[in-house]
Write a protein that binds this ligand. Structure first.
Ligand code: ARG
Length: 472
């Protein structure tokens, strides 16, 4: 019997599989990740077979108890995987034979590994979306906490990596928190399309046996069974969608990381990583390197590759199941693990880094960063913006030529450029005044930042409640 189960299709074949084929086609070294979902799905299937009278109630009970035992062995790490048994599904079934005997042969009634693996994968992804959302939330909350501590810290905002206009550091951290809140929405949306159970779709065309697909769907926490068996066994768009959401998250983490790397340079000197989250050089004793953000930036490329990999795997496949689909798992597993870990470590790195507020303030102190404010001052006095821009451009050139900061120009000089420029330059070119004048929605004024902070905090609390509820 073991020989028979070693190859579930043995009957039709005269020769055993070549060792090379076994090695080439085995997936148990990676799809063992699905063991818990596989046990869950098999228990639901066995229970339903009994309820439907397709197998005896006692047989159904034996299968369920056997599966529960195999599950315990897997949970304890006592399970011995056999690569010759190809994948996690066959490994579990093989062990089930050892545990409950011949009745194990009734489990696979009306089922194929095709609907089985599609079901396992959806269950696994559903579980993982909760963990990903939790990791995202962790980083969101860290950014929110850092923002709360840095309302009074001012730094230049950049365009083209050139100092542009001053902002509050809180504003900067909250920009990243806003991005992550949308990322969370994408993961939640992807999870919303993992709600239909493929179980009972068979190899591709269902079965002649009277399975109750509604009940297994319900038991496994799906909303309903899938509506088309061909679609059910061959579609992986839920995985694509999750991968796309992960690739976008990693792209965002990569941008944040790039900033941390820059800010950590001696040239910027804006931040210093905590020793626990920095690394040294094996050659240069003086070095302290930002390996965490560099690795996150580097790993983002791999996760983008994971998305592309599955897209390419799928694009040439006719309906329905093709073995190519086994290649869905490694990119998916890799992307989920990499993204979750990246979120967690970035959160810890951000939580512990030290901000050099003096360096930031100094970088933001150039009055040139407030040149636009001067143009807007003229706009408020009836000058067209384009004209005001030109006038201030002239003033800037004058200041550059005279090697004088804008704030040191005399009132008379400014009046010479436009009669409405009746200002006290030292007061006007104060960073705090400029920031507080930007009190519009979404702006960097204290009150505006605090409003954004409150709204992001309540979004995060809502996400926390959703995660709690899904886990519950
Ligand atoms: N390990 C396979 C997979 O991941 C299971 C399905 C095998 N089906 C088959 N027809 N060979 O897709």
């Amino acid at each position: 019997m073991t020989e028979k189960i070693r190859k579930a299709w043995g009957g039709r074949f005269r020769k055993a599989a070549d060792r090379l084929l076994e090695r080439f086609s085995a997936s148990v070294h990676f799809d063992q990740k699905l063991w818990a979902q596989d046990i869950r799905g098999s228990i639901a299937h066995a229970r339903m077979l009994g309820r439907q009278g397709i197998i005896d109630k006692t047989e159904s009970e034996q299968l369920i108890q056997g599966l529960e035992q195999v599950g315990r062995e897997l949970a304890k790490g006592e399970f011995v995987f056999d690569p010759a048994a190809e994948d996690i599904h066959m490994n579990i079934e093989k062990r089930l034979f050892e545990v409950v005997g011949e009745v194990a042969g009734k489990l696979h009634t009306g089922r194929s590994r095709n609907d089985q693996v599609a079901t396992d994968l959806l269950l696994w992804m559903r579980d993982q979306t909760v963990e990903i959302r939790a990791a995202l939330l962790g980083l969101r909350q860290t950014l929110i906490e850092r923002a709360e501590q840095s309302i009074d810290v001012v730094l230049p905002g950049y365009t083209h990596l050139q100092r542009a206009q001053p902002v509050r550091l809180a504003h900067h951290w909250l920009a990243h928190a806003s991005v992550l809140a949308r990322d969370d929405g994408r993961v939640r949306d992807a999870a919303a399309r993992m709600r239909h159970s493929p179980l009972g779709s068979g190899a591709l065309a269902g079965t002649t046996l009277s399975l109750d697909r509604e009940s297994t769907a319900r038991e496994l926490g799906f909303d309903a069974p899938t509506a088309n068996s061909l679609d059910a066994v061959s579609s992986r768009d839920a995985a694509l969608e999750l991968l796309a959401a992960l690739a976008i998250i990693m792209t965002h983490l990569s941008r944040l990381s790039e900033e941390l790397v820059l800010w950590n340079t001696t040239e910027f000197g804006f931040i210093e990583m905590d020793d626990a989250f920095a690394t040294g050089s094996s050659l240069m004793p003086q070095k302290k390197n930002p390996d965490v953000p560099e690795l996150v930036r580097g790993k983002s490329g791999r996760v983008i590759g994971d998305l592309v990999s599955l897209l390419v795997t799928l694009k040439g496949l006719p309906l329905s199941y093709n073995r190519d689909l086994q290649e869905d798992k490694e990119p998916l597993f890799d992307a989920v693990e990499t993204t979750t870990l990246s979120l967690e470590i970035l959160s810890a790195t951000l939580r512990t880094l030290r901000v050099n507020r003096e360096r930031m303030a100094e970088a933001a102190s150039d009055p040139m960063l407030l040149a636009t404010d001067l143009a807007e001052y003229l706009v408020e006095r009836g000058v067209a913006f384009r004209e005001a821009h030109g006038i201030v451009g002239d003033i800037v050139r004058h200041a550059v030529d005279a090697n004088t900061p804008l704030s040191a120009l005399s009132r008379e000089t400014l009046l010479g450029f436009h009669a409405a420029l009746d200002i006290e330059p030292r007061e006007f070119f104060a960073v705090e005044r400029s920031l507080e004048a930007r009190s519009l929605t979404g702006g960097p004024a204290r009150e505006a930042v605090e409003r954004t902070l409150e709204s992001l905090k309540s979004d995060a609390a809502a996400t926390a409640a959703e995660i709690e509820e899904t886990r519950g």
